[in-house]
Design a protein around this ligand. Structure first.
Ligand code: NAP
Ligand code: F7E
Length: 342
């Protein structure tokens, strides 16, 4: 039975990747951070499903705590390590630059070095990001495009990306970079723009929110479904040779397009509800990100299966159900409406 070690298992991708690997028969070991409130909501269903089998194991750790990461790697001796942990919100990385960068920089070196010292042919996946390209120009971006990082988040990710290459070339370790473009789902964090929109549509439809306030609505992104993208992560580690791959849909839309489509799902006109505020703009914006997934299509046999319209509908449908439940609690005065999730 293969063993996988996942950092960032409580995040959006942590859920989808754990599910994929558990369904494939892996034993999954994940790190969670101690928090003053519970942070395992996304993976609670997997925890209960695999309680009796013991195939889903969780450990308190933090990527900045190299001693705990080292001892876990030595104890588990995983076949595959997926480094998904990050302070992944670009705007927040301008406010918390030290923490945001060090999780990626120090964290990746800790893991890569632990794998090197283990000498057990452990494979390593680094969660690289399209943010590293910086969004200059409108061409579609591939593995050979220039990296011009524009945020502390992207700088940290570029360090980890390059360090992964250094360990691959220097020590012959099977380590890969998945350069993933934006991927979303009903489990996306509520302050990322897609989820902020789908959450607002659900609440507006159920009359517990009046307006949605956004920043730059002209920003362009290549949005895919997280469930499709974690398959690419796994495929990279099953490939004959380690390399770097772009994972994207190859289609680009504006934030405005996403909002229009989301309000359309419930038959509302977005212009009646959306306002903008510069407080949601970044000190240095990435204007345009469009990926070219040709290499992943050809070498990994990976394809994005979910269309933009299907993704938007999936997210809105899920958030309509959530808002319906919230409405009952609000009407019964069991919770207060809290819609400024920004
Ligand atoms: P996410 O939902 O924000 O999850 C991030 C995970 O990292 C959470 O489990 C979080 O724990 C954990 N974490 C944060 N700081 C940590 C630290 N110092 N030590 C240990 N764990 C830490 O992110 P995601 O969307 O699943 O993305 C997964 C990875 O892919 C991230 O590295 C992200 O930067 C990268 N990425 C994402 C996208 C995308 O569009 N989603 C695109 C390209 C790359 P808590 O739950 O306790 O906060
Ligand atoms: O912003 C604009 C914002 O925060 C997308 C992370 O997963 O993908 C993600 O980073 C765009 C930006 O994601 C609001 O200015 C407008 O241009 O949803 P986002 P992101 O910054 O692209 C990459 C690939 C990652 O690696 C990251 O980890 O939308 N925008 N109005 C807004 N963004 C937010 N968050 N909130 C707004 O109100």
């Amino acid at each position: 039975m293969k063993k996988a070690f996942i950092t960032g298992v409580t995040g959006q991708d942590g859920y989808y990747l754990s599910k994929l690997l558990l369904d494939k028969g892996y034993e999954v070991h994940g790190t969670i951070r101690r928090s003053s409130s519970f942070n395992t909501q996304r993976i609670d269903s997997l925890i209960s499903e695999h309680k009796s089998s013991g195939k889903f194991k969780l450990y308190y750790s933090d990527l900045l705590d190299s001693s705990s990461i080292n001892s876990l790697i030595q104890k588990i001796v995983p076949d595959e390590v997926y480094n998904l942990a990050a302070q992944s919100h670009v705007a927040v990385s301008f406010k918390n630059p030290h923490f945001s960068t060090s999780t990626s920089t120090s964290g990746s070196v800790t893991l890569l070095d632990a794998i090197k010292n283990l000498d057990a042919n452990t494979k390593y996946y680094q969660a690289s990001s399209s943010e590293m390209f910086g969004g200059v120009g409108e061409n579609s971006l591939n593995e050979n495009s220039l990296f011009i990082p524009k945020s502390p988040y992207a700088v940290g990710k570029l360090f980890a990306h390059n360090m992964t290459k250094v360990y691959r070339e220097s020590y012959d370790i099977f380590c890969v970079n998945g350069i993933l473009f934006n991927h979303e789902s009903p489990l996306r964090g509520e302050t990322f723009v897609t989820r902020k929109i789908s959450r607002a549509v659900g609440r507006i439809y159920h009359d517990i929110q009046k307006k949605l306030t956004l920043g730059n609505m002209n920003a362009v992104r290549d949005w895919g479904f997280a469930g499709d993208y974690v398959e690419a992560m796994w495929m990279m580690l099953q490939h004959d040779t380690p390399d770097d791959w772009v994972v994207a849909t190859g289609k680009a839309y504006t934030v405005k397009d996403f909002a229009m489509e989301a309000f359309n799902v419930v038959g509302l006109n977005w212009e009646d509800y959306i306002q903008t505020d510069s407080k949601y703009e970044r000190p240095n914006e990435v204007h345009h990100l469009l990926g070219d997934p040709a290499k992943a299509n050809k070498e990994l046999g990976w394809q994005a299966k979910t269309s933009f319209e299907e993704l938007v509908k999936m997210m809105v449908d899920s958030d309509l159900k959530l808002a319906e439940k919230e409405k009952v609690l609000i009407d019964n005065k069991l919770i207060k409406p809290t819609w400024d999730h920004s």
